[in-house]
Design a protein around this ligand. Structure first.
Ligand SMILES: [Mn+2]
Length: 303
C-alpha cells in the first residue's frame, strides 16, 4: 500500500500555524495532531511521507521541523533552530522564498513567536488579541473534539486573518466558552493557593475535577512579588500519580533575581526534567506533600 503524505503537528497554536504553512507550501491535505509523549513513546506510527512539526523527532519520518531545545537536533532530515521562538518561524523561514503564498501568514508567525515564548505583558493576559484568544480556544481536554476544532481553525486561517476568523460563529462560541472557563478558574483558584516565601504554591489535587484548567501566568498578576509558581495536579488515567510543575515569573522585572535558579535541575531529582525556567515531574501520590515541601525549599534556597 502506498502511504499518503501527512503533517503531524503539535496541539498548540504554534503547531496549528506550523501545519498551516507546511500545508500551503507542500499541498499536503492530511493534518493530524499529537502530543510530544506520543512521539517519544512511539504510540503514533510514523512513516516516510510524514512531516513532523513542533514535536520531538521520530525515526523514519520524511521531514522534521522543530525549535525545542530538548529535541534531538542531529537528524539528517531535520530543520531545527533552538533559538527560534516558535516552530512556525522555523517553517516560515524555510519555505517563504520558494513559496510566495506563505508570506500572508507572517502576522500569524509573529503571534506564534510571542505566544510560544510566553513574551506576554500583563495587558496581553488581561485583554488578549485575536491570536491570543485563538490560542486559548485551542486548548482542551477532549482530544477528538479539540482536534476537529484545530483543523477547522486551520482551514479558516488559510482564507482569513485572525481578526476575521475570530468572528466566525463556531470559533466565536468556542472562544467565549474558553474565556468563561478562564474567568471561573481565576475566581476559584485562590482557594487552592498557599504563598510560601517566593513561591506561589497551588495544590489542584484538592480542587474538584471540573475546575477549568486556567492559565498559570495569571497567578503572577494575582500574587505580585512572587518569583515562581509550583503546582500539583492529578494525572489523567493515573490515579496514584501526582504531576508537579514549576515555572518562573514571565514578567521581566524578576528576570535578574531568578536567573541562578534552575527548575529543570530541581525536577530531575524526582525523575522529571524540563528547562531552567519551566519544568515538571510526576511523583507517587503518597510522596506529594514531601516533594512539594522539598521543591519549595530548594527554590527558596536558590533565590
Ligand atoms: Mn512550539
Amino acid at each position: 500500500m502506498k502511504e499518503h503524505p501527512r503533517i503531524i503537528a503539535h496541539t498548540d497554536f504554534d503547531g496549528v500555524i506550523s501545519a498551516l504553512i507546511v500545508r500551503e507550501a507542500l499541498g499536503i491535505d492530511d493534518v493530524v495532531f499529537a502530543e510530544p509523549w506520543m512521539l517519544r513513546e512511539g504510540s503514533l506510527l510514523v512513516g516516510k511521507r510524514d512531516i513532523i512539526v513542533d514535536l520531538p523527532y521520530a525515526a523514519g519520518c520524511g521531514q522534521w521541523f522543530d525549535h525545542h531545545a530538548s529535541s534531538s537536533p542531529d537528524a539528517a532530515n531535520g530543520v531545527f533552530d533552538q533559538h527560534a521562538k516558535s516552530c512556525a518561524r522555523v517553517v516560515f523561514e524555510h519555505f517563504r522564498k520558494q513559496h510566495a503564498g506563505v508570506e500572508r501568514f507572517r502576522p500569524l508567525v509573529d503571534a506564534a513567536d510571542k505566544i510560544d515564548s510566553a513574551s506576554f505583558t500583563a495587558e496581553d493576559l488581561d485583554a488578549p488579541d485575536a491570536c491570543g484568544k485563538l490560542s486559548i480556544a485551542i486548548r482542551g481536554d477532549e482530544k477528538r473534539k479539540d482536534d476537529e476544532f484545530r483543523l477547522f481553525l486551520l482551514n479558516m486561517l488559510s482564507f482569513q486573518t485572525a481578526e476575521q476568523v475570530i468572528n466566525q460563529p463556531i470559533i466565536k462560541r468556542r472562544v467565549e466558552e474558553k474565556l468563561k472557563q478562564l474567568a471561573e478558574w481565576k475566581e476559584k483558584i485562590g482557594m487552592y493557593v498557599v504563598l510560601r516565601g517566593n513561591v506561589i504554591l497551588v495544590d489542584r489535587t484538592k480542587a474538584p475535577a471540573d475546575l477549568p484548567r486556567g492559565q498559570p501566568f495569571f497567578l503572577y498578576l494575582m500574587y505580585p512579588g512572587h518569583g515562581v509558581y509550583v503546582a500539583a495536579d492529578t494525572v489523567k488515567y493515573e490515579p496514584d500519580r501526582v504531576k508537579i510543575s514549576a515555572g518562573k515569573n514571565i514578567f521581566d522585572q524578576y528576570g535578574e533575581r531568578l536567573a541562578p535558579l534552575d527548575l529543570g535541575a530541581i525536577m530531575q531529582r524526582y525523575g522529571g526534567g524540563g528547562h531552567r525556567n519551566a519544568a515538571g515531574c510526576s511523583v507517587d501520590k503518597s510522596k506529594k506533600e514531601l516533594a512539594l515541601k522539598e521543591i519549595v525549599d530548594a527554590i527558596d534556597a536558590a533565590l
